[in-house]
Design a protein around this ligand. Structure first.
Ligand SMILES: [Zn+2]
Length: 433
C-alpha cells in the first residue's frame, strides 16, 4: 500500500535580502533575454529556411552569447535557469508543433511572470535550508505548511508576482496522503454553470466565489488612485503595485475556496463525473462574470484531475456533446435545446419537474457510472483530444439512446449491459418500481 509516489510542488512565500532581491531580479532579466533571443533565432530559422532548431543548438548558442561583449552580463547569474528557460522554450515549440498550443510568444518585463527555475545542481538543500547558486545566505522561507518528511526538492522555482511578492516552489516526491476509504458506490456528478459555480448531483449548489464588497471597494479605490497618477512616475508604479496586490488577494481567496471544494469532493466520493467543457472559449468572453466563472471552473477541473490521481479516485470526463442539460434524468427523454435563462423545466415524457443544473449533474453522474461499470477506465484527460473510444472488441462507441449531436459519448455499451448503460435508466426503474 502506498507504493505509488507522485511529484508535488509546495509553494511558499519568502523574503529576500536586498542583495538576493537584486540577484534574482537580474536573473529574471537574463532568463527573459535568453528566452527571447532563442525564440528569435528559432523563428527566423523556421521562417527563412524551414529549419527546426532544437534545444541542444540553442544551448550551444547560449555559450557563444555569453562570450559576446554586449551579453557578457549573462555570465553574472547562474547558468541553470538560463538553460531551463531554453528547455521551456523547446517544449513550447513541441506543443505548438503538436497543435496543443499557439506559437510561443516573447516574454515581456511587464506582462510575463518573472520566474527562474533551478535544478538540483544549482541549489543546496540542507537541514531544511535552501541556498541558491551564487548566493551565500539561505532564503528566508515562511514554511506555511510542512514539507513531507525526508523530502528533497528536485527542482526549485523562484518567482515574483505583479504585487511584488516572492514565492519559491519546491518540487518533491511524495506519497499521496492516506486515502480515506469511502463506500465504493460513493459517486458524484458535477455540472458547471454560471448561476452556481457547480451543482452536484446531490442537489447541492455551490455559488461562485464573489468579490466581497470590501474587496471591490478597495479595488475601485486603488484603481481610481492609479488613474490619477502621472504616467511613468514612481508614484504610478507604486499605485500599480497596490492594484496588483488587491487583485492578488482576490485570486488567492478564490484559489483557496476551490482547493477546499475540490478536496472535499475527492475525499467524499470514489467516482467523480464532470463535463468536458471547451476551455478555449475562455478568452473571447465579453462578460466578466462569465470569464471569472470559466476561469474558476477550469481551475477546479485541474485540481480535481490531480487530486483524483493522488487519492486513487476515478474521474470520468463526459463528452461535451452529451446532452446533459436537456435529457430527463428520470426517463431519458431528450428535449429541444433549452435557452440559457430557463432554470426549470418539465419533462414531456414523464412529467417530472427538473432544476436545470441538478438534472444535468444527475445525468453526468449516471453517464460516469455507466462508463465506470463498463470498465472504460476513462482517465483524467490531460489531452482533450484523447477520448475513450471503442469497446473491448475495438468497435466504435455506440451512442446513447436518443443522444443526438456530433461525436460519441464516452459511455460504452457492452452486451448484457444494454439497459444500464443508458443514463438515468437505473434510477428510472427504481422510481417506477
Ligand atoms: Zn422524463
Amino acid at each position: 500500500m502506498g507504493e505509488q509516489r507522485v511529484k508535488r510542488a509546495f509553494k511558499y512565500r519568502f523574503y529576500p535580502t536586498p542583495e538576493q532581491a537584486r540577484q534574482l531580479t537580474e536573473t529574471f532579466g537574463c532568463v527573459r533575454k535568453v528566452y527571447n533571443m532563442a525564440l528569435e533565432v528559432r523563428s527566423r530559422a523556421w521562417a527563412e529556411e524551414r529549419r527546426r532548431i532544437g534545444y541542444a543548438e540553442t544551448s550551444a548558442m547560449l555559450t557563444a552569447w555569453k562570450k559576446e561583449d554586449e551579453c557578457s552580463y549573462l555570465s553574472d547569474v547562474s547558468s541553470v535557469p538560463l538553460q531551463q528557460t531554453l528547455r521551456h522554450l523547446h517544449s513550447a515549440f513541441e506543443s505548438f508543433f503538436t497543435k496543443c498550443s499557439g506559437y510561443p510568444r516573447f516574454m515581456s518585463r511587464k506582462r510575463s511572470r518573472s520566474s527562474a527555475e533551478y535544478t538540483r545542481s544549482a541549489f543546496r538543500w540542507r537541514d531544511g535550508e535552501l541556498i541558491l547558486a551564487k548566493m551565500r545566505a539561505p532564503l528566508d522561507i515562511r514554511w506555511s505548511r510542512p514539507l513531507p518528511p525526508e523530502a528533497r526538492p528536485s527542482t526549485v522555482t523562484v518567482s515574483r508576482d505583479a504585487a511584488g511578492r516572492w514565492f519559491v516552489s519546491l518540487l518533491v516526491e511524495d506519497q499521496p496522503q492516506q486515502r480515506r476509504q469511502v463506500a465504493h458506490a460513493a459517486a458524484v456528478g458535477i455540472d458547471a454553470g454560471l448561476h452556481s459555480l457547480v451543482t452536484l448531483s446531490t442537489g447541492e449548489k455551490v455559488p461562485n466565489p464573489r468579490l466581497g464588497r470590501e474587496n471591490s471597494g478597495r479595488l475601485a479605490r486603488a484603481q481610481r488612485e492609479l488613474a490619477r497618477k502621472e504616467k511613468g512616475s514612481r508614484n504610478q508604479a507604486k499605485a500599480r503595485r497596490k492594484v496588483a496586490r488587491v487583485h492578488a488577494q482576490i485570486a488567492d481567496r478564490r484559489r483557496d475556496f476551490l482547493h477546499k471544494l475540490s478536496t472535499r469532493i475527492v475525499q467524499e466520493d470514489q467516482l467523480v463525473a464532470i463535463e468536458d467543457l471547451p476551455v478555449s472559449n475562455l478568452v473571447c468572453n465579453r462578460s466578466l462574470a462569465r470569464s471569472v466563472a470559466d476561469a474558476s471552473w477550469a481551475e477546479l477541473r485541474r485540481m480535481l484531475e490531480y487530486k483524483c490521481a493522488w487519492y486513487g479516485r476515478e474521474l470520468v470526463v463526459v463528452d461535451r456533446y452529451f446532452p446533459s442539460s436537456r435529457m430527463c434524468s428520470a426517463c431519458g427523454l431528450v428535449r429541444d435545446p433549452l435557452p440559457l435563462d430557463v432554470r426549470e423545466w418539465r419533462c414531456n415524457g414523464c412529467g417530472a419537474r427538473h432544476d436545470r443544473d441538478h438534472n444535468a449533474a444527475q445525468n453526468l453522474l449516471a453517464a460516469g457510472q455507466a462508463v465506470s461499470a463498463c470498465g472504460a477506465g476513462v482517465r483524467p484527460q490531460r489531452n482533450p483530444s484523447v477520448r475513450a473510444v471503442g469497446d473491448e472488441a475495438g468497435n466504435p462507441v455506440s451512442r446513447a439512446v436518443g443522444a443526438p449531436g456530433p461525436g460519441g459519448d464516452v459511455k460504452r455499451r457492452t452486451p448484457g449491459r444494454r439497459s444500464s448503460s443508458r443514463p438515468g435508466s437505473a434510477r428510472c426503474r427504481a422510481a417506477r418500481g
